[in-house]
Design a protein around this ligand. Structure first.
Ligand SMILES: Cc1cc2nc3c(=O)[nH]c(=O)nc-3n(C[C@H](O)[C@H](O)[C@H](O)COP(=O)(O)OP(=O)(O)OC[C@H]3O[C@@H](n4cnc5c(N)ncnc54)[C@H](O)[C@@H]3O)c2cc1C
Length: 470
């Protein structure tokens, strides 16, 4: 029996259900990855993520060669060419079955259907990216979960009852092979600040669990505190699985925290958010197509102010924490969750710019860009999502700054022009800068927050009025 494992966003050998199943006793296994640069461009993939992908593929190639599994890198510019390319490979190698882990975007699902229709061999697809398989949790009403809290309750009940499944890497299937080279067209932006490969991801996971898991709930909202795991780039490419995250938590704490208030539970809760957004994307494919979850919000009248958008992108809005966050994103390809919420709220509720422009911009910059979480986060902030913040709850960028970067340390790290501003003025520095003859150093606020907030609420009130009109 010859089995082909097709790697996609599951770049790991351990806890990889498709690889595990493909490697059954007696099967002769080979592996393939298909680079699709044209498709990645269409999906707006960031250069830094492409670079990180290439480096993780190289690490995977080396893991596979140690297991004696030959690895081939192919290229199909877009998904449309994939079925034919795979068909040729399957015929050349006399493959009997193809194995892969499910991907959830609409284009990925179309590609996979086309592959199944084209190949005359069995195509076996597994859940490799969630602890609880997509679509497998449904309320008794028969409808699908749209709100996080009941989804999380059902998720926790399932994991309490059934636990989670952690699969080992397959046994070596022969002598180690020479490492297959991985050369992808160069990304323009280096991801070297992040170590690549499963081993690096596991080291980072273990260090996080040992040093920061217990205090995560208290520290996770402070961008300067290094309180979170920074594992999102690995989870986004499947270098690490969520089951492995749970196993590391359990190993560290001696038990899995599955109830609110237990140490470590808040981190598990974030993994549930990740799965909730993936569940929504599977159940509501329109989310993959730039559609709001709440259909009525299509009528919102977003602003087209290009200048404001550019100021937001470049970190020149005059709101220091927003600007520091955007410059951090532009320079490093990563942004802290609290800051993602603040800048997303600012773009949509203060500048009244369409959340989809922010979503695209994030995608084009993030090393952890991931459709489900990015879309979910943006729609949550914009008030258009399934489980959005109530539309009248608008983040105040100045009070958020006072609360979560009280000393202005994060701000000063990214806005060197504010180095001399005292803490008392750091969250709204314009007046201080003017008084000290430094007004040129940093822009005044691009909007008045109180007025902008009223406008945002009016936009949503308009929507309600329309719905209620006979
Ligand atoms: C507007 C907006 C856009 C976002 N875009 C993305 C994105 O493209 N890719 C992405 O992975 N996350 C995204 N997030 C979610 C979250 O900000 C990041 O996952 C988190 O900041 C990553 O840091 P960490 O690994 O240190 O997370 P930790 O706090 O250590 O959390 C552990 C893991 O849980 C998952 N997670 C944490 N918070 C969330 C969340 N709110 N929603 C979904 N999953 C979560 C991530 O996989 C994360 O690595 C977005 C959030 C917002 C508000």
């Amino acid at each position: 029996m010859r089995h082909l494992i097709w790697f996609r966003t599951d770049l790991r050998v351990a806890d990889n259900p498709a690889l595990f199943e493909a490697a059954i006793e007696g099967a002769e296994l080979s592996a393939v990855f298909i680079a699709s640069p044209g498709q990645w461009r269409q999906h707006g993939m960031a250069d830094i993520q492409r670079d990180f992908l290439a480096r993780n593929l190289a690490a995977l190639s080396s893991e596979l060669s140690a297991l004696g599994i030959p690895f081939t890198l192919l290229e199909a510019d877009t998904f449309v060419e994939v079925p034919e390319l795979l068909g040729r490979l399957v015929a050349e190698r006399g493959i009997d079955a193809l194995y892969a882990n499910q991907e959830i975007g609409v284009n990925e699902r179309r590609r996979d259907r086309a592959v199944q229709q084209t190949l005359s061999i069995p195509v076996r697809v597994y859940n490799g990216d969630c602890v609880v398989a997509h679509g497998s949790l449904a309320p008794r009403s028969g409808d699908m979960y749209k709100v996080f809290t009941p989804y999380a309750k059902a998720w926790l009940a399932r994991v309490r009852a059934e636990g989670y499944r952690l699969l080992p890497a397959p046994r070596a299937q022969g002598q180690a092979l020479a490492v297959a080279p991985v050369s992808l067209p160069d990304g323009q932006v280096s991801s070297e600040a992040w170590l690549a490969g499963e081993r690096a991801a596991h080291r980072q996971l273990a260090v996080f669990c040992h040093e920061r898991l217990r205090e995560y709930g208290e520290r996770r909202d402070y961008p300067d505190a290094e309180g979170t795991s920074r594992l999102s780039p690995y989870l986004a490419l499947g270098v690490l699985s969520p089951n492995q995250c749970l196993a590391a938590v359990e190993a560290e704490l001696g038990c899995l925290p599955l109830s609110r208030g237990e140490p470590g539970f808040s981190w598990v809760n974030e993994l549930i958010w990740r799965e909730f957004y993936r569940h929504l994307l599977v159940v509501y494919p329109r989310l993959s197509m730039h559609q709001p979850f709440k259909a009525e919000t299509r009528a919102l009248k977003w602003s087209n102010n290009q200048l404001s958008f550019d100021l937001w992108c470049r970190g020149r809005t005059g709101y220091p924490l927003v600007d520091a966050a955007m410059r951090c994103l532009n320079e490093t390809g990563w942004m802290h969750n609290r800051l993602r919420m603040i800048v997303a709220s600012f773009l949509t509720k203060d500048l009244h710019i369409d959340w989809r422009r922010g979503e695209d911009y994030f995608m084009s910059r993030l090393i952890d860009g991931e459709l489900a979480a990015n879309n979910g986060g943006w729609q949550w902030a914009a008030g258009t999502g399934a489980d959005a913040a109530p539309y009248f709850r608008v983040f105040n960028p100045t009070t958020q700054s006072e609360r979560f970067d009280a000393e202005g340390r994060f701000i000063k790290r990214w806005l060197p022009e504010l180095a001399e501003v005292p803490v008392s003025a750091i969250h709204a520095p314009h007046e201080w800068l003017t008084r000290h003859g430094m007004a040129q150093a940093y822009p005044p606020p691009v909007v008045d927050h109180a007025r902008a907030r009223r406008h945002a609420i009016a936009m949503f009130d308009d929507l309600k009025d329309r719905q209620e009109a006979p």
